[in-house]
Design a protein around this ligand. Structure first.
Ligand code: HEC
Length: 101
């Protein structure tokens, strides 16, 4: 019984640690976005890329997924940079970007 409790708490702990959104990983992934959205996420007029710093995380996730699908929103310039992101990558990116000032 004791070991079962230990096992269950270990599984719960693992889910917390490995399933959690990771803004630090988002910061690393954000390097690919800097050329257009700027180091501080404030956008880049030359690329006509909007400021995204401090945007709500749900909005960032839904926008990226829309660009990925290419139905509701299309952007051929940004697509190569987002098309291979997993759902968890997108969540991590959104956590980082939404924290930017
Ligand atoms: C080649 C330039 C380029 C790169 C690289 C790029 N973007 Fe973009 N992004 C754009 C442009 C241009 C738009 C506006 C597109 C539109 O609305 O049609 C945009 C729009 C967005 C939006 C929606 C903003 C809004 O207010 O609706 C989000 C979120 C976003 N980008 C996130 C990212 C992330 C995250 C990355 C890196 C993984 C990234 N972008 C890389 C050019 C780029």
């Amino acid at each position: 019984m004791k070991s079962l409790i230990a096992l269950l708490s270990f599984i719960g702990f693992s889910i917390c640690v490995f399933g959690a959104v990771d803004a630090a990983k988002g910061q690393v992934l954000f390097k690919a976005c800097i050329q257009c959205h700027g180091e501080n996420g404030r956008g880049n007029p030359i690329e006509e890329a909007p400021s995204i710093a401090g945007q709500y995380d749900w909005y960032i996730v839904s926008s990226i997924n829309q660009f990925k699908k290419g139905v509701e929103r299309k952007n051929p310039k940004m697509l190569p940079f987002i098309k291979n992101l997993s759902d968890s990558d997108i969540n991590d990116l959104a956590a980082y970007i939404s924290q930017m000032k």
